[in-house]
Write a protein that binds this ligand. Structure first.
Ligand code: HEM
Length: 227
């Protein structure tokens, strides 16, 4: 028997949509705007904003609510096989939080955005191989995002449940004997929003459009945004 239960707390949901929107806008600017144009700098500024957001999400992976914690992710290869090829196995496991595919996918996306950021900074410092790697990681991420969205669609059709709705209201269908998230996560969500706003404001004030550089908040290191 299945019931609707609270799974994704507010911080996770806000993180998700800030992360998704930030990546989409940054990627759109990078692929459509000429890199000599002033608007191109915003692709790097949004990238820096995302690095801060990823840092907070990683932290939340250790101290956050139940299904936000990495400890509750499922990295079992046997479960991954059974999840991806349900017709080849007779097990019918259900996963209240991240399923095995989205457990690996989430970690990969967080790592990739970190790598995109680091190689982007090195590319700005004229390190030769960094620009190629930066593009490689950015397009690998794009591939992963396409797979992620297809995964959400396939899951929704297979389980007759609109999974994307769970990233809006936090509720998902789970087996009755599985545990839901107890806390709504309003306080961590408020902290997350305030930290993200401060970080974004810091980057905005640290941005020098004439020099095409940004001074990173708190550590006062100046980074070139030129290609
Ligand atoms: C219309 C577009 C999208 C929809 C409907 C959607 C939906 C979802 C859903 C339902 C989950 C939970 C998966 C699960 O049950 O384990 C999820 C997780 C996630 N999605 Fe998306 N997603 C979308 C776009 C994106 C994009 C563009 C990105 C990245 C750029 C992204 C990154 C993530 C990440 C990192 C998680 C894990 C969240 C966490 O644990 O913090 N999503 N998404």
């Amino acid at each position: 028997m299945q019931k609707k239960a609270y799974i994704w707390d507010l911080s996770i949901r806000i993180f998700h949509w800030v992360f998704a929107l930030g990546y989409a806008v940054s990627m759109l600017i990078a692929t459509t705007i000429d890199d000599d144009g002033a608007l191109f700098d915003y692709h790097a500024l949004i990238g820096f904003m995302l690095l801060g957001v990823v840092f907070l999400r990683v932290l939340y992976g250790f101290i956050g609510t139940k299904h936000a914690r990495f400890l509750y992710f499922n990295f079992s290869l046997r479960d991954l096989g059974a999840y991806l090829f349900p017709f080849a196995t007779d097990t019918k496991k259900s996963f209240p939080g991240h399923n095995p595919a989205s457990s690996y996918g989430t970690i990969l996306m967080l790592v990739l955005v970190g790598l995109i950021g680091i190689t982007g900074i090195l590319a700005g410092e004229d390190i030769d191989f960094a620009e190629d790697l930066h593009e490689f990681f950015a397009f690998t991420m794009l591939g992963l995002v396409v797979v992620h969205i297809l995964g959400v669609i396939v899951y929704s059709l297979r389980h007759r449940e609109n999974l994307s709705q769970s990233m809006v209201d936090g509720y998902k269908n789970i087996d009755e004997d599985k545990e839901a998230t107890q806390s709504k996560g309003y306080i961590p969500a408020a902290i997350f929003v305030i930290c993200t706003l401060f970080w974004t404001l810091g980057l905005t004030f640290g941005y020098d459009s004439r020099e095409r550089s940004v001074e990173i908040p708190f550590i006062s290191i100046e980074i070139s945004l030129k290609d």
